[in-house]
Design a binder for this molecule. Structure first.
Ligand code: FE2
Length: 257
């Protein structure tokens, strides 16, 4: 199957126009006419994951996090980015990214998280295009209320990680907001929409204090644990095609010691 056809299948699920303007999505490097038998799916794209893709004989990379996000003015092979681009080009591996379009689309990462937590009556936290079914983050209700302490425990088990939880541990949690990756800027909106807790990643110390002072509990479950489900979403899109799917061994950069 041509790379172009794979791109078409993915963009049918998460249209490009749902991506934020600052983002970099779509075919970011390589030949759309490449014949693809093995596709490598990954959360991150960097020298490590691209090397893994080359070693495993992949013909194409589908990534959540984009490359070249901040623009580029030189390809210097002494840098990690330069080496990564060299590997991609020398091995003729097209790289395609679905980033904020996959975060925000109906059925994307945040809907996946909502399902994982069995949220009911799920709504969008922040609509960002004319598409009313898409937007950043979700919020919904738990079937049964629990305390924040209990919920933090549920969260760590559900996402199979350690979480950093801040707020009143006796607070009753009924409405839960989810915002995958780095989404601390959406916390005030979650509070306005009535969320008792928000699960996100990449919280900074002072920001955590400021946000919990709004009266919302915050769980920092980490960037990787809140987004790694994207691998399952990519897999679902491609599973009925004749391409072989290789899942990256890409692990969370953070280890708990
Ligand atoms: Fe991310």
């Amino acid at each position: 199957m041509k790379a172009e056809k794979i791109i078409e299948l993915i963009e049918k699920v998460c249209p490009k126009n749902l991506a934020y303007s600052w983002d970099n999505v779509g075919l970011l490097c390589g030949d759309k006419n490449k014949e693809v038998k093995k596709v490598f799916i990954t959360l991150d794209s960097n020298i490590t994951t691209v090397k893994e893709a080359v070693e495993k004989g992949a013909d194409m990379i589908i990534s959540h996090h984009p490359i070249l996000l901040n623009g580029i003015r030189r390809i210097d092979y002494s840098t990690a980015e330069g080496q990564m681009l060299k590997l991609l080009i020398e091995n003729d591996i097209p790289l395609f990214a679905a980033h904020t379009n996959m975060d925000t689309v109906k059925g994307g990462i945040n809907d996946y998280l909502s399902k994982l937590f069995s949220l009911l009556d799920v709504k969008i936290l922040e609509q960002h295009t004319d598409d009313k079914t898409a937007g950043l983050g979700r919020f919904g209700k738990l079937d049964k209320s629990v305390t924040f302490g209990e919920f933090a425990d549920i969260c760590s088990k559900t996402l199979n990680t350690h979480v950093r939880a801040a707020g009143d541990f006796d607070k009753i949690i009924k409405t839960v907001a989810v915002a995958s990756g780095s989404c601390s800027e959406i916390i005030p909106t979650a509070k306005e929409k009535g969320a008792d807790v928000i699960i996100t990643g990449d919280m900074k110390y002072h920001n955590m204090i400021d946000m919990t002072e709004l009266g919302i509990c915050v769980i920092d479950a980490g960037h990787y644990p809140t987004e790694i489900c994207v691998i399952n979403i990519f897999e679902n899109v491609l599973k009925n095609t004749d391409v072989e799917i290789i899942k990256s061994e890409n692990k969370d950069i953070f280890k708990f010691i």
